[in-house]
Design a protein around this ligand. Structure first.
Ligand SMILES: Nc1ncnc2c1ncn2[C@@H]1O[C@H](COP(=O)(O)OP(=O)(O)OP(=O)(O)O)[C@@H](O)[C@H]1O
Length: 238
């Protein structure tokens, strides 16, 4: 369970998160949706202990990330793609992440196979496509076999086949009792993957609940997105 409660974040005079409260539950894929600059990454960074809130709490399995005893076995994260250095091979990168997290090296081969990168294990990350980078980022998140996954824009750069694959993997994780929280700025992508939706706009939660309930009453998913986030029609894409 991921629990965000009354989170506020200010940068100087600027308030980027106001009273953000929501949960991502085990057995469910939760989509965290909002236009660019809405506050998704800011929320996920606080949840993962990379930034501190001005007030409020963000808990992973009932604890703040920074007080987790075995963080990489509790929550797997992907922010900004794979985060791997260009000169490293996929295998080398994952072996390094595994060592840092006290995870047995045998997991490296397992996660490479799980994300479909077994044949690219010895390829340097600099030669990866955006989609391969996303798969590598997901592999790193899966290394510690965590119950919770937190993924920032995981389908960014994936082709339709890649999105379908990602959906299957995340669905399997949720069906095995895991918790999945993923952010996206595209309603159509998130609607393909999520059970529950949390919509953020201007640093505030504007809707939350099961996907069909949040989007009901709108002619199209796009209409729902624009109505909920109050954004103009130019907001489509990056
Ligand atoms: N260190 C900072 N100082 C000042 N403002 C910041 C800082 N970090 C983020 N912001 C602002 O906070 C707001 C929310 O940014 P955030 O990155 O969380 O949005 P997002 O929903 O993840 O969008 P994107 O998909 O574009 O990253 C933005 O307006 C951003 O400019």
């Amino acid at each position: 369970m991921l629990q965000i409660d009354s989170l506020c974040k200010r940068h100087g005079p600027r308030t980027v998160l106001s009273d953000v409260t929501f949960q991502a539950r085990p057995g469910r894929v939760t989509g965290f949706l909002g236009p660019n600059g809405a506050g998704k990454s800011s929320t996920l960074r606080i949840l993962l202990g990379l930034d501190r809130p001005s007030s409020g709490t963000a808990l992973v399995g009932g604890r703040p990330y920074r007080s987790l005893r075995e963080p990489s076995r509790t929550v797997g994260a992907m922010l900004d793609g794979s985060g791997a250095h260009r000169s490293r091979t996929a295998y080398g990168h994952l072996a390094w992440v595994a060592r840092a997290g006290g995870i047995p090296r045998r997991r490296v081969g397992e996660v490479l196979a799980q994300v479909g990168l077994a044949d690219a294990a010895r390829t340097r990350v600099g030669r990866f496509s955006l989609g391969m980078g996303q798969r590598l980022g997901l592999a790193a998140a899966l290394l510690g076999e965590p119950a919770a996954l937190v993924l920032d824009e995981p389908v960014n750069g994936l082709d339709p086949e890649g999105i379908r694959w990602m959906r299957g993997l995340l669905r399997g994780h949720a069906e095995a009792g895991g918790t999945v929280l993923l952010s996206s700025h595209l309603m159509s992508e998130v609607a393909e993957i999520a059970d529950d939706l949390v919509v953020i706009a201007g640093g505030r939660i504007v809707a939350a609940g099961p996907l069909d309930r949040v989007t009901s009453g709108y002619a199209t998913l796009e209409d729902a997105f624009f109505a909920l986030t109050g954004t103009g029609r130019t907001e489509h894409g990056r």
